[in-house]
Write a protein that binds this ligand. Structure first.
Ligand code: SAH
Ligand code: F3S
Length: 497
């Protein structure tokens, strides 16, 4: 893994192991042709920490790519040998934001010992705080947002040239603007190891849910042109990638421009991606019920490449709370969408996000949420206590629910979710499932390991002579044993693709 990940969306260690698979940064080892010659002795090392969502994991990889491509920098996992320290931050909840400054405090001590150390803060906290970061942490050299990470080489050069000036007095070392979608035009060719890759199809969010900072930190929804997305996927597939995960805050709001100036919507994009040679499996993260339209549901009938798993955040089971959250749909709409999908794909696995303790949440609202989770029997879900975010409309709402009540509700809710995760994994025993084979299992070298449609890790014994025929293939595995809530064991039936 190329980045250190703190992921508040993942609620247990096993899930973190299976879900966060940041790719190895081969671009750093093989700088592209545009790169200026770099003397071996001058090779600088970058240490990076990543908080937050999959978008941030993706962005961290890109930060390493641009610095590798422009300056021949290499990634290091040892902070003591790093020349550049980067922190990719998350502000979705207060706790994540506070971690930024406590971690920066530790980095300050390192910089006192090694004044040449260059410290950069990127991501959503940087976007939100801008030059305030340096007011609280004057030793920070560079501040950049999710949309300006491609300018990191320039920010680094500016910091280096002005290294004798105090960081706060330097010019050109802070950039948290939203320069349309130019970021993608400046990123080096994607290079990967492994069979799975994320492809960002859009930036930002225009839904403005009343509790959420994303529209303010990442800007409004902007889609990448269709041809750009497909060219990236082509290139990944040529390098052996078999599973594409389309990434964005609300991928189903995708409106990518086509060559002829017309607009490609998400369902159509799914069709295009399924036609790319080599792509065997398609996932997407995340979508919003508001634009989960019938053409997307129909795609599940037409495209076997679409996994039988849908992550569709609902946030609450109460219509009153959904209205206060400005989600702009009702529970009936959500249940209807799920039922339509189940009619097409009876084996669909579901997951969701929930916020517990939103301002004004009554005991009845909470019970409605609990009942929805029981009724829909999710494969897994992420749930969080509401966190008040400055500048969002919900921050102005009167909040009469005590923190003790919120904590008790969260514990009760998570028990339901954990029970259904466990039950779903146990139910896999005796069934046959589709698995993308990824590697030899670290702790069980007699087994290969891969991921099922429902994100469970699947392990199965293999014949060593057949290893090359199996790696990177979609296979069918009969599940024989439960190993842990997110992991099962089985036996190979056949190679599918
Ligand atoms: N695009 C997604 C969500 C992106 S943010 C959607 O359609 O909902 C990821 C998750 O963080 C959200 O689904 C929500 O559950 C959680 N979240 C966002 N803001 C929050 C806040 N202020 N307090 C607690 N959880 C929050
Ligand atoms: Fe946030 Fe709502 Fe968008 S949760 S990311 S504003 S869909």
């Amino acid at each position: 893994m190329s980045v250190t990940v703190f992921n508040p969306r993942i609620d247990d260690d096993a899930a973190a192991e299976t879900t966060v698979t940041a790719r190895a940064v081969t671009a750093l080892k093989e700088p592209g042709p545009a790169q200026a010659p770099v003397e071996k002795a001058a090779t600088k090392k970058v240490f990076i920490t990543t908080q937050g969502c999959q978008m941030n994991v993706y962005d961290s990889d890109k930060m390493l790519d641009v610095l590798g491509d422009s300056h021949g920098m290499e990634v290091t996992h040892d902070i003591d040998e790093a020349d550049v320290l980067l922190m990719n931050t998350c502000s979705i909840r207060e706790k994540a934001q506070e971690k930024v400054f406590s971690e920066l405090g530790r980095w300050r001590k390192l910089k006192e010992k090694r004044p040449d150390l260059v410290i950069g803060v990127g991501g959503c906290v940087a976007s939100q705080e801008g030059d305030n970061i340096q007011k609280r942490a004057p030793y920070v050299d560079m501040v950049f947002g999710p949309q300006t990470l491609h300018r990191l080489p320039e920010l680094y050069d500016q910091s280096h040239e002005q290294r004798d000036i105090a960081p706060k007095n330097r010019i050109g070392t802070i950039d948290v603007s939203f320069p349309s979608i130019e970021k993608f035009d400046f990123l080096p060719e994607p290079r990967v190891e492994g069979y799975k890759a994320f492809v960002s199809i859009m930036e930002g969010c225009s839904k403005y849910c009343s509790f959420c900072v994303v529209p303010y930190t990442r800007g409004e929804e902007l889609s990448r042109p269709l041809d750009d997305v497909l060219a990236e996927i082509d290139s990944l597939a040529e390098q052996g990638v078999r599973e594409i995960n389309l990434l964005g805050q609300n991928v189903n709001g995708y409106r990518g421009e086509k060559d002829d100036g017309s607009i490609c919507r998400f369902a159509e994009l799914l069709h295009y991606v399924s036609h790319v040679d080599g792509v065997e499996r398609i996932r997407y993260t995340t979508s919003h019920p508001l634009e989960f339209t019938d053409d997307i549901i129909d795609a599940y009938a037409q495209l076997p490449e679409l996994v039988s798993h849908l992550h569709l955040p609902v946030q609450s089971g109460s219509n009153a709370i959904l209205a206060a959250m400005k989600r702009n749909h009702t529970i009936d709409v959500y249940i209807n969408q799920i039922n339509k999908l189940k009619a097409i794909r009876p084996d669909i696995h579901l997951s969701s996000d929930f916020i517990i303790g939103f301002p004004g949440e009554t005991e009845q609202d909470f019970q409605d949420t609990l009942n929805l989770a029981k009724e829909l029997n999710f494969d897994h879900s992420y749930s969080f206590i509401y966190s008040k975010r400055p500048g969002t409309p919900a921050a102005e709402l009167p909040d009469d629910v005590s923190f003790t009540t919120k904590k008790a509700r969260l514990a009760e809710f998570q028990k339901v979710i954990i029970d259904s995760t466990l039950a779903k994994t146990h139910e896999m025993v005796g069934t046959t499932t589709r698995v993308l084979v990824e590697q030899v299992a670290n702790r069980h070298p007699d087994c290969l390991i891969g991921t099922a449609d429902n994100t469970r890790t699947v392990m199965f014994p293999y014949d060593e002579d057949k290893m090359d025929e199996l790696l990177g293939k979609l296979v069918s595995v009969r599940i024989t044993d439960f190993v842990s809530p997110h992991m099962v064991k089985g036996e190979l039936i056949e190679v599918l693709a």
